[in-house]
Design a binder for this molecule. Structure first.
Ligand code: MRU
Length: 394
């Protein structure tokens, strides 16, 4: 993996220029991929740990630009809350846990220059920036969860009598803690789900709930990476995931980078694949789990769950507890993001639908809890009734 980093600019408006510079390859890179090869905890990374979607080092935030994968591996520096908002909106950084981490750093970036503000005005501004960042994408609860946590930390610090510089320090610490904790959560999911990955198994996944979507290891992929490290031999099938091809561009790419046996299929091949007997279990990620166990995930997940039920294939959902939203009673209340119709009228750069054709483009769907065999979290595999199991393992 050859990786490049482009330096960020203060204004979102200067972004295009930065991207153009990246295309000219006027960037820093080294054979080992620069920063991404260093584990934040100082340990040696394994093959599956070399991909960091969000990187924070010496006060610099960079994202691996996921819109450019798999053709280009480019890190882009983020220097403002506006730029982070834009990166979340455009899916440069994406996946529920990753946008939570990104939002937390984005809030810190938006606040860190406000050293001269009196505490009361700083706290008001922190709330404003949090509300602004929260508006980037509505479905993944991790974004609002992380931003609320950041605001709470700032307010708590203010109530404790801290001055503005100390509050800003605490905001930085909180973002770093959210980032670090996600690494532990992903590892916990991996350990909990590991027994599901048996020798010779065929595992189907949808979208990208991998390392790219989190701090490290992913959620749906965490058991796969740990099984691979232990030498278990298994196959992964990645749905391509129209319209934006996260399965093809991202899941297939990162699993190949780690040396995991992965086969790419078009979304409409999943039924035949299951009918052929090659799928032993499905594992997907989720953007929000409602209190009754309904799960929102990338559009198309519901279809996969229905097929799995038809073919008597276990359907698992993997997520950290930060994706569980007990305040949302059922899937009906989960806000579903609708995205630009052009994403459907085009296949990548090529127009495939008539100009102006009506389009429906929900980014997510809701799989009812009845179709979910188990929810793999860092605390273990939760089973139905989810009303109870989610509350006892919040
Ligand atoms: O629109 P995306 O690419 O952000 O959608 C991501 C997903 O649906 C993932 O499966 C989900 O966020 C879980 S990530 C561990």
């Amino acid at each position: 993996m050859e990786e490049r980093t482009i330096e960020g600019r203060d204004e979102v408006g200067q972004h295009a220029e930065a991207c153009a510079r990246a295309r000219c390859a006027q960037v820093q890179c080294n054979e080992q991929g620069g920063n991404v090869m260093n584990r934040p905890d100082g340990g040696e990374p394994t093959a599956s740990q070399k991909i960091y979607s969000v990187w924070w080092e010496n006060g610099r935030l960079t994202f691996l630009d996921q819109t450019r994968l798999p053709e280009e591996v480019v890190r882009e520096e983020q220097t403002s809350a506006e730029q982070v908002w834009d990166s979340i909106k455009r899916l440069k950084v994406r996946g529920a846990p990753a946008i939570g981490i990104a939002g937390a750093y984005g809030l810190y970036l938006g606040a860190r220059g406000l050293k001269e503000l009196p505490v009361e005005r700083l706290l008001a501004r922190v709330e404003e920036i949090a509300a602004y960042l929260d508006g980037a994408r509505p479905t993944a609860v991790n974004l609002s969860w992380a931003l609320k946590r950041m605001v709470r930390r700032a307010k708590g610090s203010g109530e404790h009598g801290d001055e503005t510089p100390a509050i800003l320090e605490h905001l930085r610490e909180e973002a770093e803690a959210i980032h670090r904790e996600d690494m532990e959560l992903c590892r916990g999911i991996g350990e909990a789900g590991l027994p599901l990955i048996r020798e010779g198994a065929g595992v189907l996944t949808h979208c990208n709930a991998g390392a790219l979507a989190t701090s490290i290891l992913g959620t749906a992929t965490a058991p796969l990476y740990l099984a691979h490290e232990k030498g278990v031999s298994f196959r992964v099938y990645a749905d391509e995931t129209r319209p934006l091809l996260q399965g093809a561009r991202l899941t297939a790419w990162e699993l190949m980078e780690a040396g995991v046996d992965v086969t790419l299929i078009c979304d409409d091949m999943a039924a035949s694949l299951m009918a052929s007997g090659r799928v032993d279990l499905v594992i997907v990620g989720t953007d929000r789990v409602a209190a009754n166990g309904d799960v929102a995930n990338k559009i198309g997940t519901l279809g996969v769950a229905l097929l799995a039920r038809h073919y008597h294939i276990p359907f698992y959902v993997a997520c950290p507890s930060t994706t569980v939203d007990l305040a949302t009673p059922s899937g009906e209340q989960i806000p579903i993001e609708e995205r630009d119709p052009e994403e459907v009228r085009f296949f990548g750069a090529r127009r495939t639908g008539p100009e102006g054709v009506k389009v429906w483009n929900p980014a997510f769907d809701v799989t009812p809890h009845e179709l979910v065999t188990g929810i793999i979290t860092e605390r273990g595999i939760l089973g139905p009734p989810y009303e109870r199991s989610l509350r006892s393992h919040p």
